[in-house]
Design a protein around this ligand. Sequence first.
Ligand SMILES: *Cc1c(COP(=O)(O)O)cnc(C)c1O
Length: 363
Amino acid sequence: MSEVNLRIPGPTPLPPSVQEAMRRDMINHRGPEFAQMQAEIVEALKVFLQTQNDVLLLTASGTGGLEAAVVNTLSPGDKVLSVSIGYFGERFRTIAQVYGADIVKLDIPQGQAARGAQVAEALRAAPDVKAVLVTHNETSTGVTNPLQEIAAEVKAAGKLLLVDAISSAGCVPLETDAWGVDVLVTGSQKGWMAPPGLAFLSMSREAWAAHATAKMPHFYFDLKRHKKAMTEGSTPWTPAVSVYYALHEGMRLLMAEGREKVLARHQRVADLTREGLKAMGLRLFADPQFASNTVTSVYPPAGLNADDFRRQVKKAHNVVLAGAQGDLAGKVFRVGHLGYVHEADIAATLDAIRAELPLAVPA
Ligand SMILES: *Cc1c(COP(=O)(O)O)cnc(C)c1O
């Protein structure tokens, strides 16, 4: 295979028509063309996120969306339950900490999911918590938390629920309104067939009520300004117009395929990845019950460093695997399977990995 097979969990490969869309010339971001494009994107996002809440687009990477979620709903000194199952859970926590939240930690060992009962217990022990921070899909370990179960406990306790769904939204089942997610954050370069540059955020009525008293500093990310501008068909600041073009086309493709089919495709490619890796004798990292449909983490062949192994796969086959973060670096590697991904991409990835195993294993 001569073309690069980019199998990292974001940025993800772009369909040809999305690449083409970005070649368009600039338009007035305060004009009717932009207003219509933004409205169509938001309408499609609401379908995929299963929400009637306000959906706002921010020119930022996903982390900007997480920061916006925190600073628009909380005040310094607010007690926050931070549920972390890995590297990105830590990041969400750090943002809240930097802005002065009083953090209560619920830490789950890497590779495992957080359960509703654990969250309920943590909330009973800290009844004055105002909000709960949860990662839906922990991209660093390839674990998807049972968000519906967790959300039920958070809402039963009357807390605000802020969710990092950056690498799950659009790819795995997620019902923002039915499950009671107050602020949901995702990013253009993960499941949305678009390049990096935009974060999307949904805000419930409760989230807007929290915004009214939130005292953490915010200006660029002031969501009231973003909502007002969106009502006028624009954005408060100059948006990444080319990324909007790409996203507009990406959402058109996703709507044409249909939400159910997109979710089913992610289930299929994830199953194919997991079964294929196991069949060659490799050991998966994540608890199988909560294994992610967007990214798979796997131990390298015995005796090999994960980073050496994936460099070898790239050199020989042009298949780009992801390394691991934090203390997992070198110990596991990851296969991204989200966004514009089909069975053939996974088959080629598995072939490449199989060919580089120290002992040839029959297919
Ligand atoms: C990718 C990712 C982020 C960070 O997003 P950036 O766009 O790199 O800022 C945060 N959380 C999760 C779960 C992610 O997968």
